[in-house]
Design a protein around this ligand. Structure first.
Ligand code: MN3
Length: 202
């Protein structure tokens, strides 16, 4: 069975950039529903229920065709939000060490990285995510529509921002660019560095 993880901080911890009400609806509503749906869809499929969500998303081709799209959507939703909560923090800090070096190498500078990421995020039409991924040893910025996951393409998500309206609409309304800009104020750079290391980036 898949389980909803607790937030690693209080619901109001990311104020004023992400408001408490949005965090409640997003975590207790949207994320919880992905987990509930995923468990219901996979009821009786013990082999898939026993996999980690990342492993499941890497083996969607083995999931019976009649439930495959629902599994992809709900497993993706569960996986992405589980990452999203951990890469946010009230005191985000700045990238340093190996992470900063890697961003400089791949994107010219940290500012260059942010600009490219923001441009990519601005180009998402409809619901989706923008990610920094480790793609077989290269850092890349990719967009994924809906809850399609980069991990299904063996691209390991290092950092990502939620561009579904539920992630920002209460506070930012139609001003998605403001949400994208304010997202940076609450990025947990220590955790991004940990994720980069865990992705076997060399
Ligand atoms: Mn979301």
């Amino acid at each position: 069975m898949f389980k909803l993880p607790d937030l690693p901080y209080a619901y109001n911890a990311l104020e004023p950039y992400i408001d408490q009400e949005t965090m409640h609806i997003h975590h207790d509503g949207h994320h919880a529903t992905y987990v509930k749906n995923l468990n219901e869809i996979l009821a009786g499929h013990e082999d898939f229920l026993g996999m980690g969500v990342e492993e499941l998303l890497q083996h969607l081709d083995q999931v019976p065709e009649d439930i495959r799209i629902k599994v992809k959507n709900n497993a993706g939703g569960h996986y992405h939000h589980s990452i999203f909560w951990t890469i946010l923090a009230p005191e985000g800090g700045e990238p340093s060490g190996r992470l900063l070096e890697a961003l400089n190498q791949s994107f010219g500078s940290f500012d260059g990285f942010k600009t490219q990421f923001n441009n990519s995020a601005s180009s998402v039409f409809g619901s989706g995510w923008t990610w920094l991924v480790n793609d077989a040893g290269s850092l890349k910025i990719v967009n994924s529509p809906n809850q399609n996951s980069p991990i299904s393409l063996l691209q390991v998500p290092i950092l990502g921002t939620d561009l579904w309206e539920h992630a920002y609409y209460l506070k930012y309304k139609n001003k998605r660019a403001e949400w994208i800009e304010n997202f940076w104020k609450v990025v947990n750079w220590k955790e991004i560095e940990n994720r980069l290391g865990a992705s076997d980036f060399t």
